[in-house]
Design a protein around this ligand. Structure first.
Ligand SMILES: C[S@@+](CC[C@H](N)C(=O)[O-])C[C@H]1O[C@@H](n2cnc3c(N)ncnc32)[C@H](O)[C@@H]1O
Length: 268
């Protein structure tokens, strides 16, 4: 069980970590040899898996554009990773000058790499905190400075909860975050599942078992439960490639349907 007195996560550059693995899959430059080697081995075993990672980032873009169109102007992104290659503030600033993004990650080097990338963007900031400790996120001075909890917030929990073990009660955590959000807020979730491709999911879990961020797949029915009493917006929770695909997006399924999620709104 996560204890708020636990020391913060330490830097570990000997093992691949989730943020830099993801960056390497996206073709970014914030990763090391251990992550590039990991990506090569995974892609060799599951050819075409890179597309699944890119699908997650494309889902974030579509979800953030959708929230902006619905009037949401502030975003809290938990387990943000390195905010490059079309991340939340980059999507937001294409549409409006009036937005705020607070990125949160617990991996020290991810935060150290990300802070300079945001130095010229006063509307976005990253802090080092653990999403398993909602108090430390919601009470962070940066949250008070950047976000107005009297106005709707877009809360992103994208590809992060599968790094939170059952012992840390991920659904209870999401319940706490949902309760802290003002009415009109939106929850964006993506999570891995093996419901459709158990073999590929098992292979990926085995690969991640060697990393600093072991992951666990969960059933889609469990992921559905994360939205609680929020209203799921069309098309509901689904495999990500089928979530509001771009009009010119011909393929709405990927080779490895491992990512599932959706967007829901708090009423009021
Ligand atoms: C795969 S990346 C996802 C990045 C981004 N959310 C996205 O979907 O594009 C997962 C991120 O979650 C972070 N993470 C894992 N466990 C975390 C925790 N307990 N608290 C905060 N961040 C965490 C990792 O460091 C990593 O940067």
């Amino acid at each position: 069980m996560f204890d708020t007195q636990d020391p913060p996560r330490e830097m570990d550059i000997d093992r691949p970590c989730a943020a830099r693995i993801y960056d390497a899959f996206l073709g970014g430059s914030h990763n090391f040899g251990v992550e590039r080697g990991f990506v090569e081995r995974v892609e060799e075993t599951l050819p075409g898996i890179t597309e699944t990672y890119r699908e997650n980032r494309a889902f974030i873009r579509r979800a953030v554009e959708y929230l902006l169109a619905r009037g949401v102007r502030q975003f809290l992104d938990l387990g943000s990773g390195i905010p490059t290659i079309g991340h939340v503030h980059e999507v937001a600033r294409r549409r409006t000058r009036h937005f705020r993004v607070l990125y949160v990650d617990n991996e020290p080097l991810t935060v150290a790499h990300s802070a300079p990338l945001l130095a010229d963007e006063p509307r976005a900031e990253i802090i080092r905190a653990d999403c398993r400790d909602p108090e430390s996120v919601l009470r962070a001075p940066e949250a008070a400075e950047l976000l107005d909890f009297g106005q709707p917030v877009g809360l992103l929990l994208s590809a992060v909860l599968h790094f939170v073990p059952d012992a840390d009660d991920p659904s209870g955590l999401v319940r706490t975050y949902r309760a802290a959000l003002p009415p009109g807020s939106h929850l964006v979730v993506s999570h891995v599942t093996g419901d459709r491709d158990t073999r590929a999911m098992g292979v990926l879990e085995d690969f991640y078992a060697e990393t600093a961020d072991p992951l666990r797949a969960r059933p889609t029915s469990w992921i559905d439960g994360l939205f609680g009493d929020f209203e799921l917006l069309p098309p509901g929770a689904t495999y990500l490639s089928a979530w509001r695909p771009d009009p010119d997006q011909i393929v709405t399924s990927t080779r490895y349907p491992l990512l599932y999620g959706g967007v829901a709104r708090k009423s009021g």
